[in-house]
Design a protein around this ligand. Sequence first.
Ligand code: ATP
Ligand code: MG
Length: 261
Amino acid sequence: MAVVELKKVAKVFASQAGRLTVLVDIDLEVADGEFLCVVGPSGCGKSTLLNLIAGFERPSSGEIVVNGQPVTGPSPSRFVIFQEPALFPWLNVYQNVVFGLRMAGVDPSEQQDKAHALLKAVHLSKFAQAWVTEISGGMKQRVAIARALAMDPDILLMDEPFAALDAQTRDMLHEVLEEVYQQTSKTIVFVTHNVREAVRLGSRVILMSGQEGRIIEQFPVHLPRNRYLEDVEVVTIASRIRDKLRQEVLRSSGEEGEHAG
Ligand SMILES: Nc1ncnc2c1ncn2[C@@H]1O[C@H](COP(=O)(O)OP(=O)(O)OP(=O)(O)O)[C@@H](O)[C@H]1O
Ligand SMILES: [Mg+2]
């Protein structure tokens, strides 16, 4: 069953420079429990695509349907995790994780049970009482993941969530996300610049064009889980995708046009 359906979706922004056509003719289905990764040149519309599914932006034409319902705005069932985890600095780790549950009026003992289980899942049990200003970037991103999961969303939308982290921390976050994915079977749409990361995590990778605002190619990844960035199969598939991506980057940077961003 497709959880997310984009039907002939287009997005045009009206900017000072004029009309900017970012996405055109996007037909995409994301299946229940699928881990979809999105790659493409900078400025090609990856974040826009995610924001449309999140309901932060409305399509200029076409339709977005999630679980059979048209998307008309944001919903806690579609949770977005950004590159910079937007945690509440005046709350500690535990309080950040339970924030949404508190707002939703969830029973305090249930809040506590959920938070403890989630902090354990992201390996932060020892830091429950730490202030978020005292923890590292990777730890912050783990808090953001736990906070998202606390709301039990159907779909996790992740926009380059690990791009600001060093390689070791990123490896660890891959493990955490992999465990979460295997345990919860959430539907995940994950935007990244890192093609190997996309192949390590994704069940499918889509490549977006830098020029036309379209999905130009799809790559199913049938490798068994758990994978590693160094796996020969991961490297092989990633280098195929990277070649295509490089062509797209060259094509779009050679153009002074609207998608050169
Ligand atoms: N709210 C907006 N108003 C006007 N233009 C916008 C808006 N949001 C995005 N754009 C433009 O749409 C294009 C696509 O932006 P988007 O952020 O989706 O790209 P991206 O693929 O996520 O890029 P990156 O890889 O650099 O994050 C860019 O040219 C950007 O300037
Ligand atoms: Mg982006």
